[in-house]
Design a protein around this ligand. Sequence first.
Ligand SMILES: Cc1cc2nc3c(=O)[nH]c(=O)nc-3n(C[C@H](O)[C@H](O)[C@H](O)COP(=O)(O)OP(=O)(O)OC[C@H]3O[C@@H](n4cnc5c(N)ncnc54)[C@H](O)[C@@H]3O)c2cc1C
Length: 230
Amino acid sequence: MQLRLPTSVSEARECLAEGAIPVGGATLIWAAWQRDGFPEQAVSLRKVPEATAIGDGVLGGAVLLHQVLDDRVPEVLRQAAKGVGTGAVRRAATVGGNIAGSTLRDLLPAAIVLDAWADVLTADGVDQVDLAEVQAKSPVLLALRWREPVRGAFAKVADPAGGEVPTIAAAAVDTEGVLRVAVREGYAVSGGEVGADGGGVEELFAGALSGVSETGRSLVLQQVAKVRGE
Ligand SMILES: Cc1cc2nc3c(=O)[nH]c(=O)nc-3n(C[C@H](O)[C@H](O)[C@H](O)COP(=O)(O)OP(=O)(O)OC[C@H]3O[C@@H](n4cnc5c(N)ncnc54)[C@H](O)[C@@H]3O)c2cc1C
């Protein structure tokens, strides 16, 4: 297998056009390659400046999860990265591999409450797409972008019984006073938004978050209370 290391977006697009498979830290894909066979070529974005950017409302897709623990990144995303796997996983796995290439996607609820969007590589250039499209199509993620929140809160249930996927809840309020919440239960992630006073969160449980369990609801309400400083 040839590992290609482009140094610009246009070179990266060439690699993809020539059939190279995107790879982050290979923490997941390596096992699949060992089982199914290695591709002829893979492409890492780790030398593409846009994919390694941190700060000013941007987090590159090739940034390692342990590098997300940086003051320039909103607290809610830092906490999400801090809770992923082990130290060894966080030192190798990337933002793009987590959000666009894995099933657990701990970073996704945090990205949803930041109202983040993504720069993705396409055949024609770089497109901006919403997180729903990232979830649905797993495009090649160049970077995540967001507007700075005022406050955020994040919680992941530690060591759930029976090895279940840990529930995650996140909340953040933006500068325009919109409060966003997101919750992951099992592999399903849902989110919604209301006014900054938190009024209407209960109504979300009858709408966008209607599938969320009592435990999930309570975790969401705890994050809302933290964001409201209660
Ligand atoms: C022991 C262990 C524990 C873990 N625990 C957690 C956890 O608690 N929470 C959690 O969220 N995750 C967890 N993970 C998953 C971890 O976050 C993933 O391994 C990681 O997200 C994959 O990142 P990677 O950069 O290594 O991707 P790779 O293994 O390199 O690639 C995985 C997939 O993503 C694709 N990909 C890579 N980069 C991009 C990109 N920029 N754009 C689009 N697609 C891309 C690849 O083509 C491949 O299909 C755990 C993993 C391990 C091994």
